[in-house]
Ligand binder design. Structure first.
Ligand SMILES: Nc1ncnc2c1ncn2[C@@H]1O[C@H](COP(=O)(O)OP(=O)(O)O)[C@@H](O)[C@H]1O
Ligand SMILES: [Mg+2]
Length: 375
């Protein structure tokens, strides 16, 4: 006995935009190898009787992808039961919008920036250790050293003699501890004084954002330069950030800077995921007693700002040594108080990100950003 409902469905199917989107969700954009629906390229789907129309957005007018995309999309939609005719429109961003733009070559589910109000609080140390700890959980992690003037991430990861592989305009980041790493320190000779300003600085950041072939990442960690100046502002606005982690030390002066930094991110509508208090306390190597050298700032700050304290990392000579020898403490001494605190912080960040939609997913590897305006 044939299923009558099944037959009925076959003879008079009603097509919904969701059916069409499901079919188009199998069409891959050949350049980035992801489906055109999750790339946000399909819009205005309309179905009427057996006729379907929709628009595909292209990055540039006259893109060579138009013909293959049209063919694949048409075939996919015609395979939906009941579809008799397909009309595909193409749309591209206006030329003016595309001229002088920086294309961010990035396919990362989440981008997390590590920021601090001032220098020397251990921001790079925290960024490196969080990134390594995240990679150790099996995630695909990249670390971008955004500190153009004092790039010390390569040293901290034992990569200071590493040369990134370049192919044409594309730069392939070297790996350490399962991380892909890119830093200005890998692109210029270490003795070259990086005191660039204006156009050269502009060019450097542009290159770091546009030409590095990260591949697909779960998380890109960005070590921002300290403070709240132009470079920080530009970098944070140029990246599809999921959030920021602030690093501070417990002194009053550092706390005031963190409050200022947090305020800047709030004004930019960027979520602050919490902060890490570094050099929180000192464990006496003789008696094991914890000493809060700089006072109990972090907890008070957490209450005052209403933000989670993601971890308290003690002052530990092993942390500095690990940084100088290219062996991050989460690897060299994972169960030391510092290693443990940093791994816990990474775990908390990881679970926050898991429950967050990806701001980058709307246009991964495809986003067109306005010209970075640093001059
Ligand atoms: N918890 C810590 N214990 C001991 N030394 C630390 C700790 N955190 C950072 N350092 C050391 O302090 C110095 C500054 O840290 P760094 O991460 O470069 O700071 P920032 O990036 O904020 O300028 C480095 O020599 C680093 O090894
Ligand atoms: Mg630094």
């Amino acid at each position: 006995m044939p299923n009558l409902f099944g037959l009925l469905k076959k003879t008079s199917p009603s097509i919904s935009p969701d059916d069409i989107l499901a079919a188009l969700g199998k069409v891959l954009e050949p350049e980035v190898n992801r489906d055109i629906v999750s790339l946000g390229m399909v819009k205005d789907v309309a179905c009427r009787d057996g006729s379907v129309s929709f628009t595909i957005r292209l990055r540039e007018a006259g893109s060579p992808l138009q013909i293959p995309l049209e063919r694949m999309a048409r075939r996919a939609v015609l395979a939906v039961p009941g579809v008799k005719a397909v009309e595909i429109n193409f749309e591209s961003s206006p030329k003016s919008q595309l001229r002088d733009t920086t294309r961010l070559n990035l396919d990362a589910r989440h981008v997390v920036a590590i920021a601090s109000g001032k220098g020397g609080v251990g921001k790079s140390t925290v960024a490196v250790n969080l990134a390594v700890a995240l990679a150790e959980t099996g995630q695909r992690v990249g670390l971008l050293d955004g500190d153009i003037h004092g790039p010390n991430v390569p040293l901290m990861l034992g990569l200071k003699d590493e040369q990134p592989f370049a192919f044409g305009e594309q730069i392939f980041p070297p790996s350490a501890y399962g991380l892909k790493v890119m830093s200005m320190g890998l692109l210029v000779p270490p003795e070259a004084p990086v005191i660039w300003r204006g156009p050269m600085l502009h060019q450097a950041i542009r290159q770091l954002l546009r030409d590095v072939m990260w591949g697909s990442l779960d998380v890109l960690v960005v070590d921002l330069p300290p403070g709240t100046g132009d470079v920080q502002l530009t970098l944070t606005q140029s990246l599809p950030l999921s959030g920021v982690v602030m690093v501070t030390t417990p002194q009053e002066a550092a706390l005031a800077d963190v409050i200022k930094g947090t305020e800047m991110f709030r004004q930019l509508d960027i979520r602050v995921l919490g902060f890490v208090e570094n050099m929180s306390y000192y464990v006496c190597p003789h008696c094991g007693q914890e000493e809060a050298i700089f006072g109990p700032g972090g907890e008070r700050l957490s209450g005052q700002l209403g933000l989670p304290l993601l971890g308290r990392v003690p002052l530990d000579p092993g942390v500095r040594l690990g940084g100088d020898t290219g062996q991050p403490v989460v690897v060299a001494a994972p169960d030391s108080p510092a290693g443990w605190a940093l791994r816990q912080a990474a775990e908390t960040i990881s679970s926050t990100l898991r429950n967050m939609p990806s701001p980058a997913l709307a246009f991964p590897g495809y986003k067109v950003y306005p010209e970075l305006n640093l001059i």
